[in-house]
Write a protein that binds this ligand. Structure first.
Ligand code: ADP
Ligand code: 5GP
Length: 212
């Protein structure tokens, strides 16, 4: 008799979802919505040496560290990646990522193009949860003009900071091809559906079936 050809039950493959975008593209808006609708997903809280902005909470938005403490953690190997972005240090804690993936949770990470390149290389060079669950997405604005308009309307940054962010955006956007997925955040609802759909598609990969 032939073996039963029906697929085995699906196991929940935890994803490590790396999202990058130029500042003002709508990454926070989209990621917050994804987290709100996916209780099995956790946000990777980064460490940074930059000062908190109004409304930001230590331990929720970032772990805000003094430069010496950040360096101590670099030396202790606590970061899976770290980079200087807009003149400040940022780093992703290895322990948080590993613990969440081991607990079967999807991890959502908002990091810059340099950090994404480091984690991509680390994922390719290893076995296990990091390699199996790695997925990266670049979120782009429909145009630089729209990006500037959003940064201005957000009303958080001085005009010269906005100029700098738009300049940086040109450099960051040149790297979208390094990512597996591209979402253009023109109409917010459509961009959200695309982001959510790719997460769902990743959970449907045949690698998510037990005993293949
Ligand atoms: P980021 O985290 O990438 O810096 P935000 O999520 O803070 O960006 O979005 C920047 C600004 O643009 C916010 O004021 C947000 O409400 C607005 N925004 C986000 N997506 C859209 C969109 N599709 N259309 C218009 N405005 C948007
Ligand atoms: P902001 O200071 O505006 O929150 O973030 C500035 C930039 O730093 C964004 O591009 C964001 O994606 C990036 N960033 C935030 N956390 C990390 C991190 O842990 N590692 C890296 N490499 N970039 C980060």
């Amino acid at each position: 008799m032939n073996a039963d050809p029906s697929p085995p039950p699906r196991v929940r493959r935890p994803l490590l979802i790396v999202v990058s975008a130029p500042s003002g593209a709508g990454k926070t808006t989209l990621c917050d919505r994804l987290l709100a609708e996916h209780p099995q997903m956790v946000y990777s809280i980064s460490c940074t040496t930059r000062a908190p902005r109004g409304g930001e909470v230590d331990g929720r938005d970032y772990h805000f560290l003094a430069p010496a403490e950040f360096e101590r953690r670099v030396a202790a190997g606590e970061f899976i990646e770290h980079a200087v972005v807009h003149g400040n240090q940022y780093g992703t804690l290895r322990k948080t990522v590993q613990e969440s993936l081991c607990a079967g949770k999807d991890v959502l990470m908002d990091i810059d193009v340099q950090g994404a390149a480091s984690i991509r290389a680390a994922a390719q060079g290893c076995e296990g949860l990091l390699k199996n669950g790695y997925v990266d997405v670049f979120i782009a604005p429909p145009s630089l003009k729209a990006l500037r308009a959003r940064l201005t309307a957000r009303n958080e940054d001085a005009p010269e900071v906005i100029d700098q962010r738009v300049k940086n955006a040109v450099v960051e956007m040149a790297r979208w091809r390094e990512y597996q997925y591209l979402v253009i955040n023109d109409k917010l609802d459509e961009a959200f559906i695309e982001l959510q759909s790719l997460v769902r598609a990743e959970h449907c990969r045949t690698g998510s079936c037990a005993a293949l």
